[in-house]
Design a protein around this ligand. Structure first.
Ligand code: C5P
Length: 240
């Protein structure tokens, strides 16, 4: 499993070679950026948990794209099957609380963050130490609110960049605009579950960028292409 000459994982080799092929102008050299990605996992007992369908693919594509452009990227990630993008420092977390702690810590010395993770809004009020046994009747789990990581970073962002995501099923534009203000994002990437090719697990996405000057609707693109467009916007932010 370990030793000199052991072949690296094929996925890691592919990511590295892909990075060489995509060799980009190092437009984000010297920038320290955080990307949150994937789903959080909220334990109910040692066996069960609450989570969601996020694959992490969009966040990993963004982390890889920013690193290709020379940024020093910290990827704060929930559990995924994805290989770490080349040149990215990866911090693995499980719960929303762990992601909050890791993101707040990393944000301190950074130039900004892209909040791509699907963070649980609620977590079980208490985690049972032992497996909960079933009984005949129904059961009820009390959930309490988790802290909003993006809103916390937004409240203390100063001149740093903060990019958010909004995944909506209805009233998409209004919800995204409200989040832009509430969480103090510089721009927000909206995707609607109503669009074919957008959403969980797939390799494509259909997004709209919304900022305080207007909106830009993109066609259906691969997640990597969406990441490129996000990186271009980030470059413009730092060029201003
Ligand atoms: O309010 P909503 O969860 O729809 O907002 C989505 C945006 O906020 C995403 O950028 C997501 O990563 C971020 N978020 C967060 N912490 C939470 C909830 C959402 O950073 N607890």
């Amino acid at each position: 499993l370990q030793g000199k000459g052991r072949m690296a994982e094929p996925d890691a080799i592919a990511a590295f070679v892909g990075g060489l092929l995509r060799e980009k102008k190092k437009s984000l050299q010297g920038k320290r950026l955080i990307v949150t990605a994937g789903a959080t996992i909220e334990a109910i007992d040692p066996v069960r948990f609450i989570s969601n369908h996020s694959s992490g693919k969009m966040g990993y594509a963004i982390a890889g794209e920013l690193a290709d452009r020379g940024a020093c990227v910290t990827l704060v990630t929930g559990r995924t099957e994805l290989p770490t993008p080349a040149g990215v420092e990866r911090v693995d977390v499980l719960s929303a609380t762990e992601m909050y702690d890791a993101a707040v810590r990393a944000f301190e010395g950074s130039d900004g963050a892209v909040m791509c993770a699907a963070v649980a809004d609620y977590t079980p009020d208490r985690v049972s130490d032992t497996k909960i046994k079933k009984c005949d009747g129904d059961m009820c789990i009390t959930l309490r609110r988790t802290r909003d990581i993006a809103a916390e970073l937004g409240a203390h962002k100063g001149g740093r960049l903060l990019v958010g995501f909004a995944l909506e099923t209805h009233d998409e534009q209004a919800h995204a605009e409200a989040k832009l203000e509430k969480k103090n994002f510089d721009f927000i990437v909206l995707n609607s579950l109503r669009d074919a090719g957008a959403g969980f697990r797939g390799d494509t996405n259909k997004v709209t960028f919304i900022d305080r000057t207007g909106r830009e609707e993109l066609p259906l693109l691969s997640k990597r292409e969406v990441a490129e467009r996000i990186a271009e916007r980030i470059e413009e932010f730092f060029a201003e």
